[in-house]
Design a protein around this ligand. Structure first.
Ligand SMILES: NC(=O)c1ccc[n+]([C@@H]2O[C@H](COP(=O)([O-])OP(=O)(O)OC[C@H]3O[C@@H](n4cnc5c(N)ncnc54)[C@H](O)[C@@H]3O)[C@@H](O)[C@H]2O)c1
Length: 378
């Protein structure tokens, strides 16, 4: 395969789709050709020379390649530069950017969205949502530590003892579990809550306490995800949480229900109940926020509580975020390579079919079809 790696043009995007370590494997054992746009790794502090040493060619001529790999969705102008019949792999926002999907179909491009990779065991090496959520959870704990006007760990000093910070993590999926582990490493006493009862064991295995809100709801679906709570359940949860919040110095929220706006966990009353100097880090800003007062992309102070709702946290740690993402992309490329290394995706394969958004001028992904206002295919 001939693989092109363009510069990421989206504002603030510092990741790059392939890193030298992965290029070395693709060009070596894989026998593929990799072309990286000059400066492609610059924002991730990877010089062009490192890509060249790993076996890539550095050239502006990347868009016409057989397979183009990206992190953020391509702009309309970039889609226009893709070759007809070519392939693109990247985050494509298939459920929220129907204009991108339509443009890819019209351009005759076969597209694979990294966020559409089915979350099944076999596809774990390709699960870019999880790899990037790991980065986000880690960063969220660091932001909480940074914004707090107090220590995370307990300290015994000549000036007396300092109590450890009490941190609450709401939503214990991939990002939440990493936030728990990181806050624990920083020395905080960590408590967590999730609507899926099965998560209690994972929370406790990380040395955190599970918050008992006195609700007897287990909102886990057959697919392993959380369902949306009923209005009554949500009101009960908010009320119980509002009371609990007075005990926590920092709250990290990571709750999400796939395809739905972020569940509202922390209300304005809940914020008022927190101690002055408290901090909320809301990871769900992109889908509306888990906290009623969050302003996506901003950090505000309300009633003495700092509320941060950072966006695109993985981009703030571009070296490892890119490395993990590149490994996810490589696993998908390897799955689509025939024995001779040529591009030969098996569209009967559940992973390849699940991730494919457009093909032969059509939108083939059901969720993307619905988002683009097209009827379900028969
Ligand atoms: N801001 C960023 O830069 C950034 C980066 C990556 C991910 N994220 C966001 O972080 C969030 C978590 O991502 P993830 O990959 O860990 O998702 P995930 O699906 O693995 O975890 C979400 C968790 O929320 C739980 N949940 C759902 N409803 C709840 C409720 N009402 N109360 C408590 N828990 C509830 C689910 O059971 C699940 O465990 C998402 O909103 C995602 O978009 C943000």
């Amino acid at each position: 395969m001939e693989i092109g790696v363009p510069n990421e043009s989206a504002g603030g995007e510092r990741r790059v789709a392939l890193v030298p370590e992965v290029v070395r494997r693709l060009t070596g054992r894989g026998g593929h050709t990799v072309v990286v746009e000059p400066g492609g790794g610059q924002a991730a502090l990877i010089p062009d020379s490192a890509f060249e040493e790993a076996g890539a060619t550095v050239s502006p001529d990347v868009w016409e390649r057989e397979v183009v790999v990206k992190v953020a969705p391509p702009s309309a102008e970039e889609i226009g530069r893709l070759r007809q019949g070519g392939t693109i792999i990247g985050f494509l926002n298939p459920l929220t950017s129907p204009e991108t999907t339509r443009a890819l179909a019209q351009a005759g491009v076969t597209s694979f969205a990294m966020e559409a990779i089915p979350r099944i065991t076999r596809a774990q090496p390709m699960d870019a949502l999880s790899s990037q959520a790991t980065v986000a959870g880690y960063r969220a704990a660091l932001i909480a530590a940074q914004e707090l006007g107090r220590f995370m760990p307990m300290l015994t000093t000549a000036a007396g003892t300092v109590k450890p910070a009490q941190v609450l993590v709401l939503g214990a999926g991939v990002a939440g579990l990493q936030a728990i582990a990181t806050a624990r490493r920083l020395g905080a006493v960590v408590t967590a809550f999730d609507v899926r009862a099965a998560v209690r064991e994972q929370v406790e295995s990380l040395g955190a306490k599970f918050l008992d809100l006195g609700l007897d709801t287990d909102a886990e679906t057959a697919g392993g995800y959380a369902r949306q709570l009923t209005e009554e359940e949500q009101a009960q949860q908010q009320k119980a949480l509002n009371e609990a919040l007075s005990r926590f110095d920092a709250v990290i929220t990571t709750a999400q229900v796939p395809g739905r706006p972020a569940p509202r966990l922390v209300t304005a009353d809940g914020v008022r109940n927190m101690p002055h100097g408290g901090v909320i880090v809301d990871l769900a800003g992109e889908t509306g926020g888990n906290c009623e007062l969050s302003k996506p992309g901003e950090t505000i102070v309300s009633d003495g509580v700092t509320i941060a709702a950072p966006l695109n946290l993985p981009s703030s740690m571009p070296e490892h975020a890119s490395q993990l993402y590149a490994r996810n992309v490589m696993a998908l490329i390897e799955l689509m390579a025939g024995e001779d290394g040529a591009l030969a995706p098996d569209f009967e394969d559940e992973v390849i079919a699940g991730a494919c958004i457009t093909r032969d001028g059509q939108i083939v992904h059901e969720g993307a079809r619905a988002a683009a206002g097209e009827p379900a295919s028969t």
